[in-house]
Design a protein around this ligand. Structure first.
Ligand code: ATP
Ligand code: MG
Length: 263
């Protein structure tokens, strides 16, 4: 069975594109036939962070009725299939977001999982991806404005007949000023699907135009993203070295504090 997800947030810049690309790549690495599609047609970033911004045919041309879906599919890392949007404003103007459902229907004949990267806000092109996915995943940063915008997006999604699966808390700093997971769960009445820390390697990997899970597979954000992917794919997460290292450190510390009364 195919599952389609839309990665949305309400507020801009929470990490939707980063997560769409990395979750898609991680799912492909787990052997799932996965597509990622840039449904953020106005501010198309997916192609840019994957080095695909100069491709001849994009979702824009497909949504303008000028190209076939099959012509806008490109190979990404780990064999993930990418449907980028174009970066030109003219292309965006000609694209008709209402056609997105038809594009989705065609793509799901060829895959197991489709991830759509949604735009921020509640513009015309932003609402369609919320309505057509099986499940919407909200990406929230640990700040009040992000939580409130996510709540609005949840309400809007349900209003138009969509379904929200849960939220991912991204860029967690674990400082006191972070809005807590508990608070977000209470306010949104949603399940947490993952907790990704603030990680400078996210930006570095984007500069290298590679997903962080490929460029820095052991970085803290990569480990958490791979855990979420394993959960979505329904497979056991295989602990990476860095996780065991941390566990060992913790166990060492615990053992020392038990035997020597602390360190
Ligand atoms: N866990 C993280 N740690 C550090 N930086 C991050 C993390 N996640 C995302 N970022 C950075 O935050 C910025 C926004 O990320 P991204 O473009 O993925 O967000 P977005 O929600 O798609 O934005 P937009 O709403 O503009 O489409 C980028 O510079 C990215 O490198
Ligand atoms: Mg984006």
């Amino acid at each position: 069975m195919v599952t389609t997800y839309t990665i949305a947030s309400g507020k801009g810049g929470t990490g939707k594109t980063t997560l769409s690309v990395n979750l898609g790549t991680a799912l492909a690495a787990l052997g799932k036939e996965t597509f990622i599609m840039d449904a953020d047609m106005g501010m198309a970033n997916m192609g840019i962070i994957l080095g695909l911004e100069n491709v001849p045919v994009t979702l824009h041309e497909v949504l303008a009725g000028k190209a076939k879906v099959s012509e806008a599919i490109y190979e990404g890392p780990e064999g993930v299939k990418v449907v980028p949007s174009g970066i030109s404003l003219q292309g965006f103007q000609n694209a008709e977001p209402e056609r997105l459902r038809d594009v989705m229907k065609e793509i799901i004949n060829h895959c197991e999982i489709l991830i759509m990267d949604a735009p921020a806000g509640i513009s015309r092109d932003g609402v369609v991806p919320l309505a057509i996915a099986d499940e919407v995943i909200l990406v929230i940063n640990p700040e009040l404005s992000s939580m409130i915008d996510a709540l609005k997006t949840k309400i809007l999604t349900e209003l138009i007949g969509g379904k929200v699966k849960g939220f991912i808390l991204n860029r967690a700093t674990f400082e006191n000023t972070d809005v807590s997971v508990k608070k977000i769960q209470e306010v949104l009445d949603l399940e947490i699907l993952g907790l990704i820390p603030e990680d400078p390697n996210v930006r570095r990997s984007a500069a290298y135009r590679q997903p962080i899970i490929i460029r820095y597979p052991d970085s803290p954000a990569s480990v958490e993203i791979k855990k979420i992917a394993a959960q979505i794919a329904g497979v056991e997460f295989e602990k990476g070295k860095e996780v065991r290292k941390n566990d060992d450190k913790f166990l060492d510390k615990l053992a020392r504090s038990l035997t020597k009364g602390g360190d």
